[in-house]
Design a protein around this ligand. Structure first.
Ligand code: BGP
Length: 464
């Protein structure tokens, strides 16, 4: 393994920091949405705001050399006028310095879904003002943190949060409107390009990328109909983020199809030019599963997400486009209906590299499990097997020439899972009810694997 390869783990501000109203932090859409509905929330979460020193020390002792975390926009910018919260900046500067003291590279996501409520009040991602607010916020981040951070991410998973917030409706703002989804998605990609432009203008040292919820597409057979369904699925799940961020182009066939039904005049020539000119330096791919599709047969569009974990399945059917297949007889699923499919990572990495020729980081990979954390050490062999097989897939792809530069386990420690709360745990370290940190078996396994230079991985090979 290259000595510069990043072995780390990841978190996100809302999911782990807690301290939701201290030190003049403004409210985020997640604070408001979950409070209003009386749902489990991240008010305290893992209280990383107060435990970050201990958490980072533990990462270092676990052999990790990088920490991917996100900045909370409402902690840094107080209002729409752009007043800066010095306390928020001081918190993150101290967190970053702690990382560097322990030899841990901060890998920083500027936006991981916690939009300030003051922007939601004017329409959130449906309003272009939010894009310009993001641009100013990103400028502040570069300016105040550039001496400590060299690796930047504009957005975490544009597809996932815009689809969930504006199309499926299970995330804030909880809307259910395909046109809004297209508008929000476009605005987010425009904002991302504005962020890249601000980074380039400032002439900062380092690199900037985007993180995508990568779902490589497979088809049930190799018929033409299936191939067309696969293209629709790929456009829906991947291409509008990756093509737009990496090549500066929204897929043209997607635009043609959308244009038949929707008014796309909100896409302005000057904005498309900004997108064209401000592409990313690297791709961050979050991999949880692939997407197996067949041609669309009948029925209405249906998008269902299992947030209960009671064994129910997810469904994505887009009328006229494709149907995703769940319930495969021989496949293995987690309790939330996500198929465990490491082979998909190998194939996906090869495809993404062939298409974009950019360095890749696996910015998230992990498995959500219901766990009893009252014990001294959680025996999470299932997580170890999951990570072993996915790291194996990554190594296979690297041997085939894919330029992968880092792997981040999701998550560093237990944290709030969006809408699933603490029932769905991902951490290498358990965080119990009293906020005690207790490394799980996977934490030690990961530490030893890193120390071996990945030689301890039980390598798997799959047929094409
Ligand atoms: C990704 C997000 C993370 C994280 C992860 C697990 O989509 O970037 O923030 O939550 O998925 O998802 P979940 O918590 O919904 O199981």
């Amino acid at each position: 393994m290259d000595k510069d390869f990043l072995w780390g783990s990841a978190t996100a501000s809302y999911q782990c920091e807690g301290a939701y109203d201290v030190d003049e932090k403004a409210a985020s859409i997640w604070d408001v949405y979950l409070h209003e509905r009386g749902l489990e929330n991240g008010d305290v979460a893992s209280d990383h705001y107060h435990f970050y020193k201990e958490d980072i020390k533990q990462m270092a002792e676990g052999g990790q050399n990088s920490y991917r975390f996100s900045l909370s926009w409402p902690r840094i910018i107080k209002d729409r006028e752009g007043h800066v919260n010095e306390k928020g900046i001081a918190f993150y500067r101290d967190l970053m310095k702690t990382c560097l003291e322990y030899g841990i590279k901060p890998f920083v996501t500027i936006y991981h879904w916690d939009l300030p409520q003051y922007y939601e009040d004017i329409g959130g991602w449906l309003n272009k003002q939010t894009c310009y607010g993001y641009e100013r916020y990103a400028e502040v981040c570069f300016e105040v943190f550039h001496d400590l951070v060299k690796d930047w991410v504009t957005f975490n998973e544009p597809k996932y949060f815009t689809a969930s917030g504006y199309l499926i409706g299970n995330y804030p703002p909880g809307h259910n409107d395909p046109y809004e989804f297209i508008l929000a998605a476009y605005n987010v990609m425009y904002a991302s390009a504005l962020g890249v432009r601000a980074f380039r203008k400032g002439g900062y040292d380092g690199q900037i990328g985007i993180v995508h919820s990568f779902a490589p597409v497979n088809g049930v057979d190799d018929s033409l109909k299936t191939k067309i369904a696969m293209r629709f699925a790929d456009n829906y799940a991947n291409n509008w983020i990756l093509d737009t961020a990496a090549k500066g182009e929204i897929p043209f066939d997607l635009l043609c199809v959308l244009n038949e039904r929707y008014d796309l005049s909100f896409m302005k020539k000057e904005e498309l030019q900004v997108i064209k000119e401000n592409t990313v330096d690297f791709l961050g791919l979050n991999y949880y599963s692939h997407m197996l599709v067949r041609p669309y047969s009948e029925g209405e569009t249906s998008l269902v997400v299992n947030n209960s974990g009671a064994g129910g399945k997810n469904t994505v059917i887009i009328k006229g486009w494709f149907e995703q297949i769940f319930d495969l007889p021989d496949a293995q699923y987690n309790e939330w209906g996500t198929q465990i499919y490491p082979k998909g990572l190998q194939k996906g990495l090869k495809e993404a590299y062939e298409r974009y020729h950019l360095p890749i980081y696996i910015t998230e990979n992990g498995i959500g499990i219901r766990e009893d954390v009252s014990v001294e050490m959680v025996d999470d062999q299932e997580r170890i097997d999951f990570m072993n097989d996915h790291i194996s897939a990554m190594l296979n792809a690297m041997e085939e020439g894919v330029d992968v530069r880092g792997y981040f386990a999701w998550s560093s420690f237990d944290l709030y899972s969006w809408k699933n709360g603490m029932a769905k745990r991902y951490g290498l370290v358990a965080v119990d009810e009293d906020l005690r940190r207790k490394p799980k078996k996977s934490y030690y396994w990961y530490r030893d694997m890193i120390a071996s230079g990945a030689k301890s991985i039980d390598r798997k090979h799959w047929d094409e």
